[in-house]
Ligand binder design. Structure first.
Ligand code: SF4
Length: 482
């Protein structure tokens, strides 16, 4: 496909916009808004989270001039595609999914235990003799019952009817396959509602036909795996403890082979792939993991960096060289059929790696996504929902919970009246949450400065709306520059 000519797209948009702003006046001689919009486009491609007021100051614009440039960008067909070619493409994905159209993600944490003992797990303690213990999640706390889940899905139906896109993820708690009944119940309710479901699992318990059948009820199974070497896998997952035979690496591979076969026989159409973390210790595993995924008949492999680890410059350079090589290789016919994706945050220039020192008003994230713990607590951020073995789970969950589902609290009520929770340092957020927080903040500051969302450069759905702020800005500007 030809690369979009940004200037031409902006010119076309301005022609249309100019006629709508002043129907009687034919032909607008000044192309200032086009020139301005092109500058704004390049600035936002570098810093898409920048509020309008800061941007205007940086470019030497007044608010009216920026408003016209924004509206011109909003109307330029194909511009969002050009934004997505930038290093911050995932920021635009967040905008497209959550801001340009109403969209809501529910992450159900299912499972309060796990057969693995990963060295990096916040719930695993590595003792001085190398022995590892896992702290169960919320031991003794009553689990959310099926009728609460049913009530919640009935409320979700209302959101869906009102036009909100929905996505359900089933993830750990600890390992969701340790509670197949709850997993099946959620998957069934989501299916009834026609909502896509993704399952995140370590794959160890995909070891019986019954469990595999349950997993295949969802549309996407993402298996966390970051090495293709048996010794390395067993060291990461079990340390000095010798894994039981059914938890060994060969069995994991067998589980996946059987899962793919069952999927193919049943025609369920479920996508199956790897979720892989690239760290200095396993950089050399990128291509072997791709080979393994392909040989097992998987559909994709999704590489991410270790968000909470640190890497030296030399290690980073090695990772980047490997990633570039893998990206080039993945285009080769030998990998046809395997979709290989590298998260934008793999690149050090990506916004995630800047030093962000602010805090996130976590309650604002309630409007976009929520984590539902096995006990029915609703937490807007992963940091607050995921168990940290060293802390008291009930205290921790209450601290970050905006409400608990049950007989006297329903999902939509909690969303409408969330309990206050503390701000969260930006450094505790994952990339998606950071981007969400930055965009919530950007929109809010723009509104305060007099830029309505109908003039946002990103909200293409408002192309045909002419808010009074824009008309006034045009009148004031046209007396001078236009
Ligand atoms: S698989 Fe997940 S929950 Fe289980 S020990 Fe590893 S990191 Fe923790």
């Amino acid at each position: 496909m030809d690369k979009l000519d940004v200037k031409k797209a902006l010119m076309d948009a301005w022609q249309t916009l100019g006629v709508e702003l002043a129907p009687k006046r034919r032909g607008h001689s000044s192309l200032q808004p086009v020139v301005d919009a092109e500058r704004v486009f390049h600035a936002l491609a570098d810093t898409p989270w920048m509020p309008a007021q800061e941007l205007a100051r940086e470019l030497g614009f007044g608010r009216d001039r920026l408003l016209l440039a924004y509206k011109c960008m909003q109307g330029a067909k194909g511009l969002s595609g050009r934004f997505k070619e930038s290093i911050h493409s995932d920021y635009y994905n967040v905008i497209r999914h959550y801001f340009n159209t109403p969209f809501y993600t529910l992450v159900f944490f299912v499972g309060t235990t796990c057969p693995s003992r990963c060295v990096f797990c916040p719930n695993v303690t590595v003792h001085s003799d190398g022995h590892r213990t896992l702290t169960g999640y919320g031991r003794g706390m009553p689990l959310m019952d099926e009728s609460t889940i049913d009530t919640m899905f009935r409320e979700l139906e209302r959101l869906k009817i009102d036009g909100t896109g929905l996505l359900v993820k089933i993830s750990g708690g600890l390992e969701p396959m340790t509670d197949v009944e709850t997993l099946t119940h959620i998957a069934r309710r989501a299916k009834d509602l026609g909502v896509p479901v993704k399952l995140f699992t370590n794959g160890i318990l995909l070891n019986t036909d019954k469990r595999r059948r349950a997993a295949l009820m969802v549309g996407d199974i993402r298996v966390s795996l970051s090495t293709s070497v048996a010794d390395q896998y067993e060291t990461i997952n079990f340390g000095r403890r010798t894994p039981r035979p059914r938890m060994r690496f060969d069995h994991l591979k067998e589980n996946l082979r059987n899962l793919v076969q069952m999927r193919d026989r049943s025609g369920s159409g479920t996508k199956i792939g790897f979720n892989s973390i690239i760290m200095p210790d396993n950089t050399e595993q990128v291509i072997p993991l791709m080979e393994m995924a392909r040989d097992l008949g998987l559909d994709y492999i999704d590489f991410k960096p270790d968000y909470f680890g640190t890497v030296s410059e030399a290690e980073q350079a090695t990772i980047m060289t490997t990633v570039k090589r893998a990206m080039a290789l993945s285009k080769d016919a030998r990998w046809k059929g395997l979709y290989v994706h590298f998260a934008g945050s793999m690149w050090r220039e990506h916004l995630y790696w800047r030093s962000w020192s602010g805090v996130c008003d976590a309650v604002k994230q309630v409007g976009y996504k929520i984590f539902v713990t096995p006990f029915g607590h609703l937490c807007p951020i992963h940091y607050g929902a995921f168990p940290h073995g060293h802390t008291h789970p009930e205290e921790e969950l209450t601290r970050w919970s905006v409400g608990r589902l049950g007989a006297d609290a329903h999902f939509m009520d909690v969303l409408a009246h969330p309990h206050p929770i503390p701000d969260v340092p930006w450094s505790h957020l994952n990339p998606f949450e950071l981007m969400l927080s930055l965009e919530i903040e950007r929109e809010s500051r723009d509104r305060t400065w007099g830029i309505p969302v109908t003039c946002s450069p990103y909200h293409t759905r408002y192309r045909h709306e002419m808010p009074s702020e824009l008309v006034d800005a045009w009148r004031r500007q046209s007396g001078h520059a236009l």
